[in-house]
Ligand binder design. Structure first.
Ligand code: SF4
Length: 303
């Protein structure tokens, strides 16, 4: 298992950008997801984003300081065709935009599929637990939570870096939140993406009722519950959840953000995030640090 070493006084923020390379074609029924074909949300739906477009987005992300670039597909998991597409995209990106660390987020994955992704240049795999095991059946009925957990175990076994987190504001209780964080801690993820539910009228789920203060407290709770994670990343819903208090997320333990657009919603323009970090005297992480023994070095604002 990977180990993380704390580095004191490090004020670096890791930026990541996500690229929806296949959008809105999923048959699953996750109640928070506008990409499910069941809810008929008005979003862009396409099978494969043209490779030129993917490379263009990767270059924009890199030029704005992103270190991570995540190739996301909307589906329950990988099939042969999707795996091939993700691998081809990863190989091309490795040669065209070599400085980016490539991440894949393609749902349920077997060990064999993960090893194939790794060979193509993918460095990390993102698979979120989403919520607690007990609450999950109220959020999704087409696949079990245990399948998500198992994929995360497969990621650890494959030697890819595990990125796993969840989504708050789905109507879960505080007990559910603590339970999810406990499960995440067991999996020892390197990065923990925290999303805040962004309501879409096509979805039957009630709008997110969390207050900004409650959401900030959840970032702190996540940081405390998963002390060895290298990064706590604030992902989808940041702009909506925190509004003009976005800069406070770093005081509560976040040290990574997604920049640019999300999967089906718009983020704010990247330069605004770079300005925010500059005003806070926070630096954009330029590299992922690994010490002589191969351990990842923790860039934590709380260390
Ligand atoms: S499996 Fe993923 S893409 Fe499909 S509905 Fe659920 S969250 Fe959305």
């Amino acid at each position: 298992m990977k180990r993380f070493i704390a580095m004191k006084d490090n004020k670096e923020i890791f930026l990541c950008s996500i690229c929806n390379i296949n959008s809105g074609t999923c048959k699953e029924d996750c109640k928070f997801c506008s990409q499910s074909i069941r809810y008929k949300a008005e979003i862009n739906r396409y099978k494969q984003k043209p490779i030129d477009e993917i490379i263009k987005e990767a270059k924009i992300a890199r030029d704005n300081g992103a270190l991570g670039f995540c190739l996301v597909t909307a589906d329950k998991g990988l099939n042969e065709k999707t795996l091939k597409f993700v691998c081809q995209s990863a190989e091309l990106l490795t040669s065209e935009v070599p400085k980016l660390r490539l991440i894949a987020c393609n749902g349920t994955a077997t060990l064999e599929q993960l090893l194939t992704l790794k060979k193509s240049g993918i460095k990390a795999y993102n698979h979120n637990l989403e919520t607690s095991e007990d609450f999950y059946p109220q959020i999704c009925t087409t696949h079990p939570w245990s399948e998500r957990y198992e994929t995360c175990l497969n990621v650890n076994e494959s030697g890819l870096v595990l990125i796993s987190g969840g989504i708050f504001g789905l109507g879960e209780t505080q007990i559910d939140r603590q339970s999810m964080l406990k499960s995440l801690n067991e999996l020892n993820p390197t990065s923990v993406p925290i999303n805040f539910y962004h309501h879409n009228d096509a979805l039957e789920l009630k709008p997110n009722s969390l207050t900004t203060d409650e959401a900030l407290s959840l970032i702190k709770q996540t940081r405390q519950a998963i002390p060895h994670a290298q990064r706590i990343m604030i992902a989808g819903g940041r702009e909506l959840m925190f509004g003009n208090r976005q800069s406070e997320i770093f005081k509560y333990g976040a040290n990574s953000i997604v920049i640019g657009n999300y999967l089906t919603t718009s983020g704010r323009i990247m330069s605004k995030d770079l300005d925010m970090l500059k005003n806070l005297n926070l630096e954009v992480a330029k590299t992922v640090k690994i010490d002589n023994s191969g351990n990842l070095v923790l860039n934590s604002l709380n260390s």
